[in-house]
Design a protein around this ligand. Structure first.
Ligand code: NG6
Ligand code: CA
Length: 520
């Protein structure tokens, strides 16, 4: 994104650097005296509002996340923009609501790049301000120019470098989708020339056994719905795949692998400001954590995956400590969407909950228009600036990270960049508890909701009431308007008929947001 370097050169921080003769932000200043903080996103997958001990989880210990929360701001009313991964991540990284863009729903592993190279992203913003940038872990926003036309045996023509990430070590989509290999800077990591890779989401490859025909080969995990195509590491996947050889991942090593790459990146860039988007596979399906976590938690594999996530968080924190970077590193820990229990594998997550509520007291779950779909845990720690730990009740949305962090680092965004993102940095840093006037939430069938501090309006939808393909989740879809009093937990009583003025008011907000990039 060369055109944006100009903006970097014009940004206040870049001017300071130019004046002091520092090149590209590679300041030799002491880290803690530096103006620009390192920024680390720890982005969990499908981790629910009730899944962490510091959010009230009872059957699982998350000491590292607890510690992070105790040293920073823990948000009680934070929202992702969508109830599934691809649109949620698209919105967060571009500052534009995904529902404005066709083609931003749950992506296949061979989807072409969904954020197009010309688009200004959060990573471009950091890069432009002199940061070293990295994306590590789950990507799920497509790779290469076109759907289904990647040659996985050669460098991909369009990859994360075009979106502002200097370094990337990613899974193309999700762990339950082929290709089951890591991609490092646009090339398959550990590429095995003796096993060329082919991927299709249309037809199986001759001679490759499929999960649906060969349950005996599913030695690590069996599916409960879907996930019966390619078999990799004794687990059925979505999509067909051939080859890979020694490049194929082992699910039990994914957390170790991405965590060690994250630590290597931070170490390599300890003397300059860095932005690291660290997106874990935990706690998405297939849940198959490392042996040292497996079988330890009373909730089974889903609990083990939460513990493994907490371990990754602890490793990042410890590495920052060792590198002397803790003080001036801003960490944001959050999740891309709400929780799901059975999402397609027979991991006994449902039976073993033992009273644990992944969505806490909230109604619905992943995919859903109800609150548990998009209300997520969110913790911010930045010891240099946040010296008063706080539990914040402010209404906040991940859509604002771009503008808020841009304001923190003094970045100038080009015209039209991050059009739906607004500066709520004071709220995100706990300087005040100013609520966003409203947040917009997108359910998996694109039903939109408008949530204010006290009210929520869900627009009419013809979708089914309960998800039909497996997880027993209430979608929150209804063919007539719904209005809930959010001072009451659980979205129980639809007040739309009793309070038509409020319905009208929230409908009006939605109408205006749909029409233009309305400031909240
Ligand atoms: C669904 C998958 C589910 C999960 C989800 C995406 C089936 C039956 N279900 O289609 O397992 O992969 O897509 O999850 O295949 S997300 O968190 O990445 O959005
Ligand atoms: Ca997700």
């Amino acid at each position: 994104m060369r055109q944006y370097l100009l903006f970097a050169l014009l940004s206040p921080m870049a001017c300071v650097m130019a004046a002091t003769g520092q090149k590209g932000g590679k300041a030799k200043q002491k880290v803690n005296d530096r103006k620009l903080p390192n920024v680390v996103f720890i982005y969990a997958d499908d981790l629910g509002y009730g899944d962490l001990e510091c959010y009230g989880a009872k059957n699982v210990q998350t000491p590292n996340v607890n510690k992070l929360a105790a040293q920073g701001i823990r948000f009680n009313n934070a929202h992702a923009t969508a109830a599934t991964s691809t649109p949620s991540r698209y919105s967060m990284l571009t500052g534009e609501y995904a529902w404005r863009r066709p083609g931003t729903d749950i992506a296949a592993g061979n989807a072409g790049m969904i954020i197009r190279p010309e688009r200004f992203t959060m990573a471009d913003m950091f890069k432009g301000a002199g940061y070293a940038t990295a994306a590590i872990g789950k990507w799920h926003l497509g790779l290469g120019d076109k759907d289904g036309e990647q040659d996985w045996n050669a460098p991909l023509p369009a990859a994360l470098g075009d979106l502002g990430f200097d370094y990337s070590y990613i899974m193309a989509a999700t762990a339950d989708r082929v290709p089951c290999v890591f991609i490092e800077n646009g090339k398959v990591a550990n590429y095995d020339p003796s096993a060329p890779i082919e991927v299709s989401y249309r037809k199986p490859f001759e001679g490759e056994p499929l999960g649906k025909d060969h349950p005996e080969l599913l030695y690590n995990l069996k599916h409960s719905h879907g996930h019966d195509m390619a078999i990799v590491n004794g687990i059925g996947r979505i999509g067909y795949m051939k080859g890979g050889g020694k490049a194929l991942w082992k699910d039990e090593n994914i957390a170790d692998s991405i965590t060690s790459h994250a630590i290597d990146f931070m170490r390599a860039h300890k003397d300059e400001p860095f932005f690291m988007y660290f997106a874990t596979n935990d706690v998405h399906v297939p849940r198959f954590p490392h042996d040292r976590f497996r079988g330890k938690n009373p909730m089974g594999l889903r609990g083990d995956a939460i513990v493994q996530f907490d371990w990754s968080v602890g490793q990042i924190m410890e590495a920052l400590d060792k590198l002397g970077l803790t003080e001036n590193t801003l960490i944001i820990l959050s999740s891309d969407n709400g929780p799901v229990v059975d999402d397609g594998y027979a991991d006994r997550a449902e039976e073993l909950l033992n009273g644990h509520k992944p969505g806490g007291p909230l109604r619905g779950g992943k995919y859903s228009a109800f609150e548990a779909g998009t209300r997520i845990p969110a913790i911010v720690r930045w010891p240099k600036e946040i010296n008063q730990p706080l539990v914040s009740d402010a209404l906040v949305s991940q859509i604002d990270w771009m503008a808020s962090l841009g304001s923190v680092i003094g970045a100038k965004l080009p015209k039209g960049a991050g059009p739906d993102s607004f500066d709520y940095s004071a709220t995100w840093l706990g300087k005040n508890q100013t609520d966003r006037s409203w947040v917009i939430e997108q359910a998996s069938d694109h039903t939109l909701s408008v949530r204010t501090k006290d009210w929520k309006y869900i627009e009419p939808s013809d979708g089914v009431k309960i998800i039909q393909w497996g997880p027993k989740i209430e979608t929150g879809y209804l063919s007539t308007p719904q209005l809930y009093d959010m001072t009451q937990v659980g979205e129980q009583e639809n007040l739309a008929n009793k309070n038509p003025e409020k319905v009208y008011e929230l409908q009006n907000i939605l109408r205006h947001v749909k029409a233009k990039h309305l400031k909240p």
